[in-house]
Design a protein around this ligand. Structure first.
Ligand SMILES: [Fe+2]
Length: 340
């Protein structure tokens, strides 16, 4: 599937940028191949517009913010959060501002990020109740560009067969390549997949897992939120909870902005945030290296046999089927280079 060629994917929320990064002015982002600009509007909430002035097409992200409105750096034309042109500095005060605008997108603040849907959203942003529970802390872990597609990242997140190989340098056990099975329940928003995984527990992992045992288990409850978000609840036998939320935000067909945040029910003195970032960084770096070595155009229709399959691929197969059915239900055929 070529992500940007499937129009209905514009109707979902994607985590686009940290709110913190908008404090010093407007910032550009490319979402599903579309150039957008983000800024903090008058109400302090994020806004997203097409990154193009309706005067001479210049990028609004090259401009600045004046009283919560975005000023084009070329001629000073000014827009509000709805994209409406509100000021043309070249006109005398008594002259009416022409009725022009640049397209605006759905934009909401959640979990420290601005989330954007290019067209009318079909589903809400996934809910994390830990955000409102003082026994949890939220740690922003990653915000980085990967040279892969959103589907590859999502599928990999539910693939228990890659741990022993890709993660042999961190928690994978090469002596146990037989993957644990997921119990999968399909939901309206995607699916819920549970499994208990054996892991090695080297000294570097011990504050993360909350035990000094040389091996331990991860009780994983992993949820796919259609199309490219995921919530992974990991519980260790120590009672520690490690809850990862990530969004594989599609920049274009072969690049994603990977946003990942973490909730933990421990404290900075139990395990410093930086240690938790460093630990998961080593793990996702292993994933990145492998995913960037795959073809980003992942075929959804498995009946065409463009890729081989094995039983442990079931979560990915369900994702492919659900996405394909969804495209068809919205009158779209899969666009891919894979079936020739
Ligand atoms: Fe992985």
């Amino acid at each position: 599937m070529l992500t940007t060629k499937q129009n209905v994917l514009r109707r979902f929320w994607y985590a686009v940028m940290a709110l913190e990064d908008l404090k010093d002015g407007p910032k550009p982002f490319r979402l599903l191949g579309e150039d957008i600009v983000l800024f903090l509007a008058k109400d302090g909430k994020p806004a997203a517009l097409k990154d193009r002035c309706c005067h001479r097409t210049s990028k609004l992200s090259k401009g600045w913010i004046n009283d919560g409105q975005i000023v084009c750096g070329y001629h000073g034309w000014t827009y509000d959060r709805t994209g409406k042109l509100v000021h043309v500095p070249q006109f005398p005060v008594q002259q009416e501002v022409p009725n022009l605008s640049t397209p605006a997108y759905h934009c909401e603040a959640r979990y420290g990020y601005a989330w954007v849907a290019l067209d009318e959203p079909l589903a809400p942003i996934l809910d994390a109740e830990e955000e409102h529970d003082p026994s949890y802390r939220r740690i922003p872990q990653f915000y980085e560009v990967w040279n892969t597609s959103a589907f590859r990242l999502m599928e990999n997140s539910f693939d228990n067969a890659h741990f022993s190989f890709v993660h042999r340098g961190t928690f994978g056990d090469t002596a146990q390549p037989t993957p644990k099975r997921y119990e999968i329940k399909e939901t309206d928003y995607g699916f819920y997949a549970a499994s208990l995984v054996d892991i090695v527990n080297p000294p570097a992992a011990q504050r993360v897992t909350g035990t000094t045992d040389p091996a331990t288990t991860r009780d994983m409850r992993n949820q796919w939120y259609f199309p490219f978000s995921r919530r992974l609840d990991i519980t260790y036998p120590s009672g520690l909870q490690h809850i990862i939320i990530n969004c594989a935000t599609p920049i274009d067909d072969s690049h994603i902005q990977l946003m990942q945040l973490l909730y933990r029910n421990d404290t900075e003195s139990d395990c410093p945030a930086q240690a938790l970032i460093d630990w998961d960084a080593a793990v996702i770096e292993e994933d990145r290296a492998m995913l960037e070595a795959t073809d980003p155009d992942a075929p959804l229709d498995t009946t065409k046999h463009a890729e081989a399959q094995m039983p442990s691929d079931r979560p990915g197969q369900i994702m492919r089927r659900r996405l394909l059915e969804f495209l068809h239900a919205h009158g779209e055929a899969e666009v891919t280079r894979q079936y020739v």
